[in-house]
Structure formats: C-alpha cells, structure tokens
Design a protein around this ligand. Sequence first.
Ligand SMILES: Nc1ncnc2c1ncn2[C@@H]1O[C@H](COP(=O)(O)OP(=O)(O)OP(=O)(O)O)[C@@H](O)[C@H]1O
Ligand SMILES: [Mg+2]
Length: 113
Amino acid sequence: MKEIKAIIQPFMLQHVIDALKQIPDMPGVTVSEVKGFGRGRAENTDKSVTAWGTSVVPKIKLETVVADTMADKVVHTIQQHAHTGNIGDGKIFVYPVSQVVKIRTDESGEAAL
Ligand SMILES: Nc1ncnc2c1ncn2[C@@H]1O[C@H](COP(=O)(O)OP(=O)(O)OP(=O)(O)O)[C@@H](O)[C@H]1O
Ligand SMILES: [Mg+2]
C-alpha cells in the first residue's frame, strides 16, 4: 500500500476531487486546509498571509492510502488535474504504508482500505 500526499492550490480542489471520485475503487481521501511555503518563501505573491509570525500561502493537503497497483493512476490524476503551470502548483509525495486497520470490521491490510 502507498500513501499519496498532495499539496495543491485551493482553487483546484474541486477539479481534483471530481477526477479522483471517478477512479473505480478509489477508497477515500482526507482533505485539510494547510499553510506553507516553497522555494519562493511565500514572498512576491498576492496569496501570502502572515501566520505563526511568518509569511505562508494557504494550500490544500490531500491524503489517500491506496493499493500499490493504483498508486501511479492516483498520482497522475492529481498531477493532471492540479496543474496550471504557474508557480505554487504544489507537490505530490508518495510513501510506503505498512498497515491499515478498518475499525468497524476489524479488517486489516488492503481489505481494510
Ligand atoms: N519539499 C517540501 N516539503 C514539504 N512541503 C513542501 C515542499 N515543497 C513544497 N511544499 C509545500 O507545498 C506548497 C506549494 O509548494 P510550491 O508548489 O510553491 O513549491 P515550489 O518548490 O516553490 O515550486 P514552484 O516553483 O512551483 O513555486 C508549499 O506552500 C508547501 O506547503
Ligand atoms: Mg513556490
């Protein structure tokens, strides 16, 4: 299993989510509002705000854990649908996941996704 974590532009969220929901067997997605900075240090952009005493830009974080066989498809779907070509489009990180437990059913592993 893989965890895919994507930091994207907030205004691209609906477009990305619509595409992810169309992937058969897409198990689920966690969405969070986050703030951060990249190489531009959240400077020279009208989207930056001050938080925690420093300059940051609001972003959306998507987290999903999927079967290994689905990981490339999910990464490419996010990449295609979050892309504007402008600075600040965000990044996608992929991690191995060692275990998942579904609380309601006691299932574990891929069956729990
Ligand atoms: N290496 C990183 N580790 C953790 N979070 C990151 C990293 N790079 C970017 N982020 C997060 O992603 C957000 C968007 O990053 P961004 O797309 O601006 O990266 P960048 O490297 O500056 O690229 P660009 O040149 O397109 O602006 C940042 O505000 C931050 O929250
Ligand atoms: Mg940047």
